[in-house]
Design a protein around this ligand. Sequence first.
Ligand SMILES: C=C(O[C@H]1C=CC=C(C(=O)O)[C@@H]1O)C(=O)O
Length: 408
Amino acid sequence: MSNVIDQVSDKVRSVRSEKESNNLLSQFVNNEDVYFSTTQYALLVKPPFAAMGSTKHSTLSKSVHDGLDFLKKIGVEDCILVGAVSFDVEHESQLFVSRNFSFDHNHTRTYVNDNSRAPLIAKSIVEIPSKAEFKKGVENALSRFERNELQKMVLSRTLNIKFDQDIQIKKTIETLEQTNQSGFVFGVKMFSEHLQHNQTLIGASPELLLSKRGNKISAMPLAGSEPRGKTDSEETILSQRLLTSEKDLREHALVVESIKQVLTPFCKYLNIPDSPSLINTPTMWHLASSIEGELNNADVSSLDVALAMHPTPAVCGFPKAVARQAISEIESHERGLFTGMVGWNDANGDGDWVVTIRCATVEGKNATLYAGAGIVAGSSAEKEYQETGAKFNTMLNAFGLKGRLNEK
Ligand SMILES: C=C(O[C@H]1C=CC=C(C(=O)O)[C@@H]1O)C(=O)O
């Protein structure tokens, strides 16, 4: 019997699940629990956990199957797998199995004016890479396109912020819900036997990688972006420019084509719109494609389909292997869980997985914010820098820091 199965059976066996509960976020305990919410529901998962965090991608799917199959055999069917999968196949994921979980299907989000919060003060902010290095990376990508090595790659950057006081994690997740009415909001504890620190991954992703209920699946890939405008006329100009931009439509089409190739063998029916539509978050406009499908086999798990899709060219590039290699050569920082996937998979294989973007890892007074942008032939290094800057605003808003970046 493998280690993972041992852990699952010992830790999960004796705990009973609660099926429905209200106001789950108020019960969230940082460094202990995992929280995930959509506009439809909230999910809170509590210990005891069997951690599958050290499992690498290559063995992840098999370990999860073995663990869940074993639990079924011993009569433990009502458990859930929850957490975050890293971008890089060699990097640890943060996945946990528990029987102690609650769904709130009456979950609602109330918009609250974000000026009502007392903002944190940033004592120091370090950009990694620097603006010059990021722009050099974009130029490097453009030269690879000219040499026909690849057609798209996503480059990212980080903001390392030290605040004047400890970040209130539950409060920040609450703010993310209040200010991102349609986003997928998450708080995932990061556990590792080797990790010295107790970090938490928090964020509000607008991008649905994969949702599965029975044999029905859906996905909403995003690629192609413009920051939100300040006035109505600016909003119209920016959104219409995005919808008709040859560069952004090409960038988007590569993502959709790659997802189509992955999902086709899984599906007896797949509906992909001919052209993308516009969606917005409080900080960005995006090109989005709403994909629906029916699986050949309803027993395939949401995790398996999501792992087959991951990483899509929305966070990696095209072709995938060449882009992944180019990213590792150009980016000097670790992505970790950023541009991975976060979500859950229940004992029936149903679940929701979203792309881990518009997020930060936080601990004490420190936060590392992440943002990336898709680069294709015709991209401008300055514009991609500005775009990633606008994407940071999801988390900067949640910390009460938007427009205060020069404050030391
Ligand atoms: C990698 C990120 O965004 C991806 C998702 C939506 C739009 C994107 C873009 O237009 O570049 C990116 O592909 C991020 O927000 O950090």
